[in-house]
Design a protein around this ligand. Structure first.
Ligand SMILES: [Zn+2]
Length: 322
């Protein structure tokens, strides 16, 4: 239970929810008053739902008490329970206009993505069946971890808007990179940032969007670096991330993220120059152990950024040094 005086900044309360995946637990944030608002929901699973109910109950709340549910970005670990909440709550689901098309149609879109990987992407990249299978199974599991939200229960906000959370106005920032529709929420007076997956204390995983899902004039990691620069300029005392505990000193975390990114880019480029030109060969070297989606997404991010910088070129599904 929190004890806050009326003038103290309203601190979002972290509800850590189990995802049962290799990605680890995910955070939802609760603003219990003056109007209870939940930011993000966890993914569609019974353990996640029970943990969410327990978290609300610790603050004498149930889903029926929520006035709004706000989604930071339309990834299953952040919005998978949104539809279930609408069945137990009068709260509508709020998301950025950019994310709305995903929310109304999420399982279908994710199943289409499985098909795209199976028929197009993984064959083009010369994935052998034993490497494709676990990747496709993990993608299919992601598609099962969410439900579509009826359009009439969705409300949208826009970058630049202000959202009322805990009795304060938070600015909506568009911060693409991890996801094209990623938003963060910033409270300039109390200098708090709800960063979602845009800024984590650990390494992030940008997502491999299907063509057409995001603008492809620049790769996801180029947008991600711009988003880091955008957030770096803000005055922030406390960051509330989508995964892991809250932290301070966001500029140090950003510098670390940038340094790690450049380091991994160099490693990737060195491997390509050493003759490891297929994605499976690079994946097993950059991410030893059983193949996993986050590794593939990150590797794709590196390769696309190296291509954008003119250092590699994709030809017949192989990445050649330039
Ligand atoms: Zn996440």
């Amino acid at each position: 239970m929190t004890h806050q005086t009326p003038n103290s900044p309203k601190i979002p309360i972290r509800l850590e929810l189990p995802t049962g995946t290799g990605f680890g637990p995910v955070n939802a944030y609760l603003f219990p008053g003056p109007e209870p608002v939940l930011v993000d929901t966890g993914l569609k699973s019974e353990p996640c739902w029970s943990a969410l109910l327990d978290g609300l109950a610790r603050h004498n709340l149930t889903p029926a008490d929520l006035h709004r549910v706000v989604i930071t970005h339309p990834h299953v670990d952040h919005c998978g329970l949104a539809n279930r909440l609408t069945a137990h709550s009068p709260a509508d689901i709020w998301i950025a206009d950019l994310g709305r098309p995903w929310l109304v149609n999420l399982p279908d879109r994710l199943l289409q993505r499985v098909e795209y990987y199976r028929r197009d992407l993984l064959p083009r990249w010369h994935f052998p069946p034993d490497l494709s299978r676990p990747i496709l199974n993990q993608l299919a599991a992601v598609a099962r971890a969410c439900e579509a939200v009826p359009p009439e229960r969705i409300r949208v906000f826009h970058p630049g808007d202000r959202l009322e959370l805990g009795g304060q106005a938070w600015q909506v920032l568009h911060a693409p990179g991890h996801a094209w529709a990623q938003t963060c929420f910033y409270q300039p007076h109390s200098r708090q940032l709800l960063s979602a997956d845009m800024l984590l204390a650990r390494a992030p995983a940008p997502v491999l969007d299907r063509p057409g899902d995001a603008p492809h004039d620049r790769p996801a990691l180029a947008y991600f670096l711009d988003s880091l620069a955008q957030v770096e300029q803000l005055d922030v005392d406390r960051v509330y991330p989508g995964h892991g505990p809250p932290f301070g000193d966001h500029r140090q975390v950003i510098q670390r993220q940038r340094a790690r990114l450049e380091q991994r880019l160099s490693e990737c480029l060195a491997l390509v120059r050493a003759g490891h030109t297929t994605v499976p060969a690079l994946l097993t070297r950059m991410y030893p152990g059983p193949p996993h989606l986050a590794g593939l997404w990150m590797l794709n991010g590196y390769l696309q950024l190296l291509a954008f910088r003119g250092l590699v070129r994709e030809q017949d599904g192989r990445f050649q040094p330039v």
